[in-house]
Design a protein around this ligand. Structure first.
Ligand code: FER
Length: 291
């Protein structure tokens, strides 16, 4: 397994070329929600941008990645610096929440329920709101067009947001090509309540069936899963990766990019369960997407 490249100095401090954080309201039925959207420096409506959707953890909220319009976060500065230095092409980043704007801080089971319900909202409300407002590869928000442009969409998330990333692969593989689960494994829906043993084995069987279910091959997606060796998700993620290596032939492990396989696993030494490592992980993962 390759080591992570250390984050360059000052990548979490304001860049010279600063993108913008915008608050975007959208409807979910009668309910109004919002998300924060990062537009890169020099955003131009006449250009097309790849989009990263990224989800917070069980005690987080929709400001976890980008901050907000007036107080941008270190992670937002990291996106600016990566783009300014040419590590990645300019991208749009979307930070939504699976909660209905209510604080369920500390209630992991509530987070799991919200995560399991969120994929419908991504498909029906979130993607149309974002990609109908900003300039992405999708020329319209028709389902067919969103599916056609799936190669230009990535999904990531931390902890319970990583659970959401595995579930977006399971439910919305037709809308996303790239996945970056960080610091969270794939709980089988309801397994916790039912006390099912061997969650990782059950998850591997489910994950293995997904590409065929959508009519895709092993070349039609790329997952780069990451965590730290001191992270509470390290053990569960190792179990999941082991189960995928043993029982899920749809997954072709690689230490390189998507031309060599479709799943890559990388672990940072001495890293704990924290957003603190998100800039390091984005810096190492995103340059491998959209190549
Ligand atoms: C995991 C480890 C921890 C995981 C989730 C958590 C989905 C969440 C912990 C919390 O929110 O307290 O592997 O996978």
């Amino acid at each position: 397994m390759k080591k992570f490249t250390p984050l360059p100095d000052r990548y979490t401090e304001p860049a010279k070329q600063a993108g913008k954080v915008i608050r975007l309201e959208y409807k979910k039925g009668d309910f109004t929600k919002h998300c924060f959207v990062y537009l890169p420096y020099g955003y131009d409506e006449n250009k097309k941008y790849n989009v990263l959707y990224t989800l917070h953890g069980g005690e987080g909220n929709l400001e976890a990645y980008l901050g907000n319009e007036t107080e941008p976060s270190p992670i937002k500065h990291c996106f600016d610096n990566m783009i300014e230095n040419g590590d990645i092409e300019p991208i749009i980043v979307v930070s939504p929440t699976y909660y209905d704007q209510v604080s369920f801080a500390g209630q992991v089971a509530k987070a799991a329920d919200a995560v399991f319900a969120f994929n419908k909202e991504i498909r029906e409300n979130l993607i149309p709101a974002v990609e109908g407002t900003f300039s992405t590869y999708a020329e319209s928000t028709d389902e067919e067009e969103i599916v056609k442009t799936r190669k230009h969409r990535a999904f990531s998330g931390f902890s319970m947001g990583s659970l959401a990333t595995w579930y977006t692969y399971i439910n919305n593989l037709d809308e996303f090509f790239y996945f970056m689960p960080f610091s969270g494994d794939c709980w089988v829906n309801g397994a916790r309540d039912k006390n099912i043993e061997g969650n990782a084995e059950a998850a591997a069987i489910i994950l293995n069936e997904i590409p065929e279910k959508f009519g895709y091959s092993s070349k039609d997606f790329f997952i780069h899963a990451v965590t730290g060796d001191k992270d509470i998700a390290y053990g569960p993620m190792c179990n999941l990766i082991d189960a995928l290596q043993k029982n899920a032939p749809a997954f072709v492990f690689t230490d390189e990019g998507e031309n060599e396989g479709n799943i890559r696993w990388q672990v940072q030494e001495e890293a704990y369960h924290s957003y603190e490592y998100a800039p390091l992980y984005f810096y190492n993962v995103l340059p491998g997407f959209w190549k």
